[in-house]
Design a protein around this ligand. Sequence first.
Ligand code: NAD
Length: 474
Amino acid sequence: MTTEPSFRESVDIMFNQAVKLMDLSPGLEEKIRVCNSTYTVRFGVRLRGKIHTFTGYRSVHSEQMEPVKGGIRFSMGVEQDEVEALAALMTYKCALVQAPFGGSKGGLHIDPREWDAHEMEMITRRFAYELIKRDLINPSQNVPAPDMGTGEREMAWIVDQYRRMNTTDINAAACVTGKPINAGGIQGRVEATGRGVQYALKEFCRYDEDKAKAGLTGTLKKKQVIVQGLGNVGYHAAKFVSEEDGANIVAVIERDGAVVNPDGLNIELLKEHIIMTGGVKDFMGGEYVEDGASVLEMDCDILIPAALEGVINLTNADRIKANLIIEAANGPITAGADQVLLKNGVVIIPDLYANAGGVTVSYFEWVKNLSHIRFGRMQRRQEESRHQLLLDELQRLSEDSSIKWQLSDKFKEKYLRGADELELVRSGLDDTMRDAYQSMRKVWHSRDDVPDLRTAAFLVSIERVAASYRSKGL
Ligand code: NAD
């Protein structure tokens, strides 16, 4: 029996498959592959009358561009290998979407559900303190973001902790991204990763040749979609593709099982149910299935794993029936399963592209923090007055001419409105996702030795990272 590689080995295998097709010097190849450093910290926090010791990590995979960037994860699955694999993915992800950062990742071995909000604040601040004093959180060196088990709340504590320790740093807000708006965040960051998954799917659907490889036609409308994990990424992706693009979310898999409805689940109601009860069981809008993992194998057009790594592996890969899998989570398909799916004709939109929406909007947030002004503040009203000028002139011409015509109120309202920050962020994200997809597909279709989008994505990324190292004289 073939043994399953670990997550980190899987990332290395995928990297090696791509570099085999490149002409890199062996030394440079090794330099790009290895993780530069991993800092492990064990710290104590007095809680519930005794000292509890927690273990945290911050790994830096590459520093060819600084700051380095990558989320902080709070989960019981966190360990050194996982953090290093995720840091490596960040390097390739940033290169692919041309966000000017090196790759990093952090994590704390903890189950956040076991602690109340005040306790979580004490733990998060203490972890942040340990990282800040070693410049592993710093606006110009290392900028974390949310990941599994963390969100705006944790980022707000971290930025506040940084400010307390660096009272004169004018760029303090840029030390972390994914903050709430009132703490220096940006519109559209919470939805960004799920929004990016939607944009990625829409871009894929623009190419008949790519859809044909997956045996699909048309747009997302009425496509049967299964989502695993209705957290930040899964919820937003499911909500947008169902509410805006007309896809049918036929099943959602969560920790406690799955809920299935061939006519499509109402994602908003299901999310409310999960928040209220902690799981999908007893949701009235669909049928409950206790063995959640089995639902990954149900018939569907598109499978969106958006929970954790390694869920599609050698034990189930052969039974996956989806035509297209978009890796919203990091590393949901092991290297072994990847080969099985490729053989079975399943098209995979790889994680380093599919979930890059988060880091893309984090990049916008970091730029906003450094420029100390919200996007659109200078131009918005000026844009509106120029549009008004044009409409007034058209109106005057119509009055002077023999043919009378009238612009509809709906058109006028839409045309007159200057773009606000949210619209600009979405536009920048859409542009980034489209551009990155095109760079991957160009390689995928132009070379016979590139079997899939993942290899193409690695080729594009590694070439950019290599160019960056070469320009430093390596
Ligand atoms: P999250 O904690 O908000 O959500 C994770 C969801 O998965 C939760 O609803 C949880 O209950 C569910 N889950 C956990 N174990 C499960 C299991 N065994 N079966 C089914 N569901 C399970 O996390 P998130 O931020 O949405 O991250 C999810 C994935 O996306 C991770 O791989 C993360 O690295 C990746 N990612 C997140 C971001 C981001 O901006 N948050 C960016 C890029 C990539």
